[in-house]
Design a protein around this ligand. Sequence first.
Ligand SMILES: *Cc1c(COP(=O)(O)O)cnc(C)c1O
Ligand SMILES: [Zn+2]
Length: 418
Amino acid sequence: MGHVLGLRCRECAHMYAAEAIHVCEFCFGPLEVAYDHKAQHGTITRETIAAGPLSMWRYADLLPVSAESPVDLGTGFTPLVRADRLAAEIGLGELWVKDDTRNPTGSFKDRVVGVALTKARELGFSIAACASTGNLANSVAAHAARVGMESFVFVPHDLEEVKLITTAVFGGHLVAVDGSYDDVNRLCAELASEFASWAFVNVNIRPYYAEGSKTLAFEVAEQLGWRLPDHVVVPIASGSQLTKIDKGFRELTELGLVEFEREVRISGAQAEGCSPVATAFAEGADHVRPVKPATIAKSLAIGNPADGWYALEVVRRSGGAIAAVTDAEIIDGIRLLARTEGIFAETAGGVTVATLVKLASAGIVRADESVVIYITGNGLKTVEALAGHVGPSATIPPTLQAVADLLGRDGNLRAAKR
Ligand SMILES: *Cc1c(COP(=O)(O)O)cnc(C)c1O
Ligand SMILES: [Zn+2]
């Protein structure tokens, strides 16, 4: 792991050893992993990467862990799907969907948890913990089970039932907290300083956790034939994923793995019911004002996003935009993606698709750009969001006559029969 220089403060650049710390002692800025890219230049090539496993671990040399014994359920190298039918529907040209619904526990969180728990084990931790809006809970519980770590997962009490069951089944401790995610997160920050033997993946292990999201940039570039897209659309909860996709694209350029043509435009997607970063963007504000979330996109419901300011900075620097969409638009977005591309996304995916529609109709995402949207979670986890919106188009007795009557009533179906 000679390629990791340590942790660097994002504000004052003070360096620290690569330990379980996340805040700068001098300025309270967040810490980020720093690499020796000069030494890596030329030693990491497209060929060395291609020789690796068909998972996110093919990029292990670009992550802050040793690849020898990763905590892995088979995460990553998810399909990048050309989405011509969706593109046609909204008037775009080259459009791709990064389908992260296909990860082991059904969301992109498997990427960040894989890195976090691999690092936690390297640092000697045997207890995994997290504050979660749902998907992180699934992923931490599953990865901990895989390697026999004990887990403590804290979630807001009003989470989707599926996400509770698909976390509890892995046998760790699942604690529902009577409060919002932001309350849960505050509690976990306090717990992390009390229980030094717990690896809180998104608190004291956060700098390593965050790096896992870079693989979303690496895979897209490789799957496009080692080319960067012109524009990507990314959902924002804490804002970590968006900032690390940006970091991933820039590292590929620094390492000479892709040709630099122009900066990748990065746009952000939020739900109106929890849109502190979109609001700051719209107002041209220089800080992100916390809100109280009320949206069906519970996986994105962070009212006080830790990386909100940094996400804003990335979007502004790269020439992207941030938009927010209503719950009704989220449901339309889920249905549009399913109907055109056969991909069933959770509410966060609905936010991303609906935001794409909005940015395309505003001329911000353009038909002459190559565009990638990140679909980060599986629809089977949030089926209740669609209750009452989709279902059987008819209920009939099991007779030919009943089908004939049905076709007789419906001109389109009659045409289909001929
Ligand atoms: C957590 C999550 C996100 C956003 O993650 P941040 O890094 O906190 O912005 C996006 N999509 C899904 C499905 C998630 O679970
Ligand atoms: Zn600092």
